[in-house]
Design a protein around this ligand. Sequence first.
Ligand code: FAD
Ligand code: DHB
Length: 453
Amino acid sequence: MHATASRRAFAKYATLSFNTDMTLELFVCSTYYFIVQAVTATRNGAWHGRSAENSGREGEAVRTQVGIIGAGPAGLFLAHLLHRSGVDCVVLENRSREYVESRVRAGVLERTTVQLMHEIGIGDRVVREGLVHAGTTLAVNGEPFHVDFGELLDGAAVTVYGQSEVMKDLHVSADRLGIPIHYEAQNVTPHDLDGERPKITWRSQKGVHSLECDFIAGCDGFHGVSRASIPADAIKVFERTYPFGWLGILAEVPPCNHELIYANHEHGFALASMRSPTRSRYYLQCSLDDKIEDWSDEAIWQELAVRIGDSFAPKITRGPSFEKSIAPLRSFVCSPLRYGRLFLAGDAAHIVPPTGAKGLNLAAADVIVLAKALAAFYASGSTREIDGYSARALDRIWKAERFSWWLTHLTHRFPHMDGFDRQMQVAELEYLRQSRAAQSVFAENYVGLPLNA
Ligand code: FAD
Ligand code: DHB
């Protein structure tokens, strides 16, 4: 315990003097000084343990190693990984815990994400309640075919387990480990990102607070404050918007198939998914002008039956939806994922269209790489891994962007499409139906590319 505290204090002290030009030699020469100072500081309690409980007093500056903005999947996976490496962090979230837990979003976990849950000690429930899918069905004009991940890729599979369940598991575990999370933090603002002492200020009912950090992790989603705090000329943005949205519903009815069905139909895309053996999740491609009120439950079930086709339509159990929403589709990447001492991860850095369920999984993959880089910095003082974070994460991000973009183009109806475009889609899907090589490529991307982290 004392050793860990000393190590943390040492690392904190070391990073106060860190700058990107610092050489390892200089670092080694300074080590003796740091150790003496760090041990003294630890004895004095100057650096440690002043986070969650003690940060409530107005005006008091609290110090941590990594300040994390956003308690979504990226922020909380990162907090757990840092905690496990003995790196201190504080998480600031502008919504309530209940709100974060109840957001209905992703549903399919790649192997790497499930493995991450095991590694941070929250793997029990996903094993008990998650649905392991070793394949999926695609349909073109109502004619289905099956892609068997397990057979093509040596037992590969994904796990169906809702993002809200992942969030509940992360919250329970954060409570148990004492990871400090401040919910309903208002006006969260990062400062001095290009200096050596960045900080985050926020407001609570008790007043204005300040968190001094070595680094800030911007895990606050697409609309967050982190990316917006970077000067426009310091990052490059790549973007595609799509001329349609997804209408999604949840209904307490059994799914129409034991695995997912991705359907390309002349009317547009449909997806049959699930959350449990008794809870179905369905999506329909819709117009961006559509309003929820335009789609009665009856109209949704009717259109799903048409698009999914005769093989599965009779197996669709209809019932009242208890969640209904429309989401726009977007591809977005910002580069690099770093500005000074701010690192971006998850939706703050990139967005994929939901086709292929990569969003949550990409967020998890980013923070695995980031946590490893930060832990390496605190362990050795070398900046090599944190300097490499952006390039390393972007390499995999672009591949997931490509897959989501490709699958969206393959399965959706675009307004400008003519007969030729439609035949190209059908030909490519027929090729996928018949070619083991094409199915292997699809399966490899769907279950998640290796992390190489
Ligand atoms: P988020 O989950 O967005 O978390 C960011 C957190 O930061 C939030 O809790 C937010 O409240 C907080 N925050 C924002 N601004 C601030 C601020 N200024 N200060 C402090 N905190 C802040 N992916 C799939 O794979 N399949 C799907 O079906 C799917 N459906 C989706 C539906 C919707 C409507 C949306 C928006 C996304 C969907 N996604 C889906 C994407 C997936 O949910 C995300 O990729 C995933 O949540 C990314 O996690 P994250 O932690 O990076 O970002
Ligand atoms: C789900 C969402 C997706 O985007 C997808 O490709 C598969 C499943 C879901 O929410 O269940």
